[in-house]
Design a protein around this ligand. Structure first.
Ligand SMILES: NC(=O)c1ccc[n+]([C@@H]2O[C@H](COP(=O)([O-])OP(=O)(O)OC[C@H]3O[C@@H](n4cnc5c(N)ncnc54)[C@H](OP(=O)(O)O)[C@@H]3O)[C@@H](O)[C@H]2O)c1
Length: 330
């Protein structure tokens, strides 16, 4: 292999970042074969240098709390910090310096995707974020590439594993909603502040990104008719049980008007579904997406929508794809 190594800067070493770092070490030869050149991890940015880390020994010396120089010297920057700033500024800086970028940050892409894409286009660099929408489930690539020759008419699904865990637990074991939320929190399914999950904000970000990718429309958060699950009562679950149905939090986007001039509606809301509906079968933290397209018909994809290693799979997929697109001498 004669191409020079690709210098990869990793921003964040938490649940997902640590898994990416470990897999870069464990699969270095396989990934080099697939990418056509070695992938060299040049540094890992964290907030707290003295915190405990689940990293291979040879990577411990790569930790830094100064992202600037690392970003400036990278060919690819992987952002796994979360939040809007400094993630946004660092990705803009990376792209302006000629680096490709990969992120799993759905809030950043949903809120600042237009700006980031404009800078990526201006500087001729790649911006990929498969992991931002249902982690290991490769739905963005299907929408953007596999169905690029088709007319997508709707996308719907269970895109938030935490709320599905809560709803599934209530439906199958009969515990109260409060008990299910407490258990989901104790198992790490919910953030310390569970608002983003329970109020449907996380799901709204994902359906916004999917709609933009499918139809190229400039929709945002405010366009999503959003109802979370925090307002559900034990009576709602009783009623569902009594009628042989289950409650699921469904995110959906559908197109009206012509394919070239689409009007798009977006919603996130709890929906009553018959027990044998495909979404009703999704257990625990699982995710599932159904895409309807004029020629392809109904396409179903399901799998793990969260988890360190699962999300790292999508991040590494983007990294290898970007490495393949880069000129070998760069
Ligand atoms: N976890 C999942 O299952 C999952 C699934 C899909 C997408 N995602 C997305 O992936 C991203 C990362 O998630 P995560 O669960 O890995 O988060 P996490 O466990 O909280 O890790 C965040 C990492 O970023 C570092 N960091 C945060 N702010 C920083 C700052 N201002 N400067 C320097 N370092 C900073 C933290 O440093 P310290 O360690 O020093 O605090 C930590 O290492 C998020 O955008 C999330 O939405 C996560």
């Amino acid at each position: 292999m004669s191409a020079p190594p690709l210098r990869v800067a990793l921003l964040g070493c938490g649940t997902v970042g640590a898994a990416v770092a470990r897999l870069l070490a464990e699969r270095s030869e396989l990934l080099a074969d697939r990418a056509g050149r070695p992938l060299h991890l040049s540094g890992i940015v964290v907030r707290n240098l003295s915190g405990p880390r689940d990293l291979p020994a040879e990577q411990a010396g790569l930790l830094t709390d100064e992202p600037g120089a690392l970003v400036d010297g990278a060919d690819v920057v992987i952002e796994l910090m979360g939040g809007i700033e400094p993630a946004r500024e660092l990705l803009l800086r990376a792209m302006r310096g000629g680096a490709d970028v990969v992120t799993a940050n759905k809030q950043l892409i949903a809120r600042h995707g237009d700006e980031l894409h404009a800078v990526a286009r201006e500087h001729g660099v790649g911006l990929d974020y498969e992991a931002a929408v249902v982690a290991a489930v490769p739905v963005l690539r299907v929408v953007r590439e596999s169905l690029a020759g088709d007319e997508i008419t709707s996308i719907s699904g269970i895109v938030n594993g935490s709320t599905n865990y809560v709803l599934d637990l209530v439906a199958r074991t009969g515990v109260t909603f409060e008990e299910a939320v407490a258990k989901a929190g104790a198992l790490g399914y919910l953030e310390a502040d569970p608002t983003e999950d329970l109020e449907g904000i996380d799901a709204a970000a994902k359906i916004v990104i999917l709609a933009r990718t499918a139809w190229g429309v400039g929709v945002g958060f405010d366009d999503v008719h959003r109802t979370g699950i925090s307002g559900l009562t034990d009576a709602d679950f009783e009623q569902a049980r009594g009628t042989g149905q289950v409650i699921k939090l469904i995110a959906s986007a559908w197109r009206s008007g012509q394919a070239r001039h689409p009007r798009v509606e977006l919603a996130v809301r709890p929906v009553l579904l018959a027990q044998d509906h495909p979404f009703a079968q999704i257990r625990e933290g699982g995710n599932a997406v159904v895409i309807e397209a004029t020629s392809a018909g109904r396409v179903r994809i399901h799998g793990a929508g969260a988890g360190g290693e699962e999300t790292a799979s999508a991040v590494l997929g983007d990294l290898v794809a970007l490495a393949r697109r880069r000129p070998a001498q760069a």
